[in-house]
Design a protein around this ligand. Structure first.
Ligand SMILES: Nc1ncnc2c1ncn2[C@@H]1O[C@H](COP(=O)(O)OP(=O)(O)OP(=O)(O)O)[C@@H](O)[C@H]1O
Ligand SMILES: [Mg+2]
Length: 332
């Protein structure tokens, strides 16, 4: 195939090794025009390597990639005009002000001096950085840098945007405000390929999600489809010791939508559930009738770890602890 029909980003059978390590292993995916594709995976899964290939920064060993129908491997110069990139580590020039950073990017995209300045001003306003526009970027907070980086990635008004872990390391509130900015861009019509370690983030932003691990695609679907695989929400329990945990495992054997994930060294149990409140009530009744008292019991949204446990039978290696949104908690 030489032309990618309706997909703004198309990747076919991409493979890239570093020595013996296969960082991207025969991955295919596509982001339809105007949609958001989430590439979800833990540390070292191969997300950045794939993004670098698609954005012409790295050549694959085999496979193909197109952006808006342009072959990024055969025609990297032309491909570069049709995407914006915010890499995993903000690429702002620390010694320039926010305004100067954006103006410089505009000039690199061959805007006239006047247009570059106007665009910089407009973007500072849009990303709530007007007040900080004259300060050097080295004094920006993490959230401000990410916003500046995001602004820089859209200076050229490219129709396709690639964001590599846009919110990793940000506090929850800053993350939510960045999501709003990202949503605005998508509402404006850009196609987005977004990588993340957080199921919650993919859930919030992506139309479809591709889950990768050790360079390979291990699942694909909408977030509802992925969560259905693990049965919806999770009943999370913490016990005081191994003996209590074991009694609970026995007492609760009939509860939940799938078999529980039991961690004997941390005395925890997580039960996938499709009807959280019913299962929560059954759990409380059963434990009470067996005289078992957990240290903590709550319903939470599934995390990347739960998806991994269910798909691979092992936790997501090296992943940061995923944040759970507690929907209801019962504490002793
Ligand atoms: N230039 C390189 N040379 C050697 N190994 C590399 C290189 N770039 C990446 N790797 C290895 O390839 C694998 C995939 O790395 P990659 O950075 O793509 O993962 P990632 O999913 O982006 O992880 P993270 O969430 O930590 O950013 C890792 O094992 C990494 O150590
Ligand atoms: Mg990365």
């Amino acid at each position: 195939m030489t032309y990618a029909d309706d997909a703004a980003v198309r990747v076919e059978n991409l493979t890239k090794s570093f020595g013996d390590l296969v960082a991207v292993d025969n991955v295919s995916l596509e982001a339809p025009t105007g949609k958001v594709l989430g590439l979800l995976g833990p540390n070292g899964a191969g997300k950045t390597t794939l993004v670098r290939i698609v954005t012409t920064l790295l050549e694959p060993d085999s496979g193909n990639a197109w952006i808006n129908g342009i072959d990024v491997i055969k025609d990297p110069q032309r491909a570069r005009m049709s995407f914006g990139l915010a890499g995993q580590y903000p690429a702002v020039d620390e010694n320039l002000t926010g305004f100067e950073n954006l103006e410089m990017v505009g000039r690199l995209y061959r805007l006239s001096r006047k247009d570059a300045r106007n665009r910089a001003k407009e973007l500072l306003e849009r990303f709530d950085l007007s007040d900080a526009g004259d300060r050097v970027a080295k004094n920006y907070s993490g959230g401000m840098r990410r916003r500046l980086d995001l602004a820089a990635s859209i200076v050229s008004n490219a129709p396709v945007l690639l964001l590599d872990e846009p919110t990793t390391g940000l506090d929850p509130r800053t993350r939510i405000s960045l999501w709003e900015h990202i949503r605005e861009l998508v509402d404006g019509g850009v196609t987005l390929l977004l990588t993340t370690q957080y199921l919650e983030e993919a859930d919030e932003l992506a139309d479809r999600i591709v889950v990768i691990d050790h360079g390979r695609t291990i699942a694909e679907g909408t977030s509802t489809e992925l969560k259905a695989q693990i049965g919806g929400d999770v009943l999370q329990m913490q016990f005081h010791d191994l003996e209590t945990l074991k009694s609970a495992v026995t007492a609760l054997s009939g509860v939940g939508a799938a078999s529980p994930h039991v961690n004997e060294s941390e005395f925890t149990m997580a039960i996938p559930t499709s009807d959280g409140v019913d299962d929560l009530m059954a759990t409380v009744r059963l434990m009470d009738s067996h005289g078992i008292k957990p240290d903590d019991l709550h319903i939470r949204r599934p995390s990347l770890d739960d998806v991994f446990l269910t798909l691979t039978g092992e936790p997501a290696e090296d992943s940061e602890p995923a944040e759970a949104i507690e929907q209801g908690a019962v504490r002793r």
